[in-house]
Design a protein around this ligand. Structure first.
Ligand SMILES: *[C@@H]1O[C@H](CO)[C@@H](O)[C@H](O)[C@H]1NC(C)=O
Ligand SMILES: *[C@@H]1O[C@H](CO)[C@@H](O)[C@H](O)[C@H]1NC(C)=O
Ligand SMILES: *[C@@H]1O[C@H](CO)[C@@H](O)[C@H](O)[C@H]1NC(C)=O
Length: 218
């Protein structure tokens, strides 16, 4: 027969375990494995006529990307608006369940800009997901608003793309905030930074740290 002491210990261990398990299952990264990530897995897309240092810095683990509405596009003949974006070109995927995690920061004043995308979709679309900032709100494309107040605060972002289920999920600070259908496409990758959209402010900036790419365990 167990002593009272042993009983108390085992019930403590049990509640600790269930507490940890609950914590894990609430975490969007639960059930995913982290893939290697360093500068070999991404590069920067920036105005074609400027050196990268004029629109990107990486200091103390923080990627800072900025662009002006009057800047050139990423290549001479591109009809697209200006951008300074991290493109995670080392992980192109066409199947499976993939996840992007990072801490993001958007300074007050930055508006009319895409700060994160799941690239790749069936034409006429180019992306499966765009997270944009308009007047301080973080939105799914132009709408709806996902969080109303995004300026001047670090937030944890987790984006999960289930290719076969054709589904994307957006978590802010660990909480599922938005779900949307996929938009087809045969090759996808993650991007973050600033990519000017409609009604863009003159100066656009976003910062990112702790970028991780994860894939669901089979
Ligand atoms: C990045 O990680 C890969 C895989 O772990 C490794 O082979 C490569 O040398 C690393 N590159 C840099 C620049 O650290
Ligand atoms: C990923 O796709 C892009 C084009 O979308 C291409 O430039 C890049 O080389 C591809 N990366 C790998 C590792 O295949
Ligand atoms: C953002 O604010 C400006 C100025 O108040 C306004 O003209 C514009 O319509 C707003 N944009 C959105 C998407 O709410």
């Amino acid at each position: 027969m167990k002593s009272l002491h042993q009983f108390a210990l085992s019930s403590l261990a049990f509640s600790l375990c269930s507490y940890i398990a609950r914590g894990w299952s609430n975490d969007p990264t639960h059930g995913f494995i982290e893939l290697p990530f360093n500068s070999s897995f991404y590069h920067i897309q920036k105005p074609y006529n400027l050196p990268v240092e004029q629109r990107y810095s990486f200091i103390n683990g923080v990627h800072k990307l900025w662009v002006l509405s009057t800047d050139k596009p990423l290549s001479r003949n591109s009809p697209t608006k200006p951008r300074s974006e991290i493109i995670i070109s080392g992980y192109n995927y066409s199947s499976g369940v993939w996840q992007f995690e990072a801490f993001g920061y958007v300074p007050c004043g930055t508006s009319g800009v895409c700060v994160m995308q799941v690239f790749g979709a069936s034409p006429p679309h180019a992306s499966t997901l765009m997270l944009r900032v308009y007047n301080g709100s973080l939105s799914y494309y132009r709408e709806p608003v996902i969080i109303p107040n995004v300026y001047d605060e670090w937030f944890r972002l987790n984006v999960i793309h289930d290719v076969e289920a054709s589904r994307v999920k957006v978590y802010i600070n660990g909480i599922l905030k938005y779900e949307a259908p996929g938009r087809g496409g045969t090759s996808h990758h993650f991007k973050c930074g600033v990519y000017a959209q409609d009604d863009d402010s003159y100066y656009m900036e976003s910062r990112w740290k702790g970028i991780r790419v994860l894939k669901k365990c089979d």
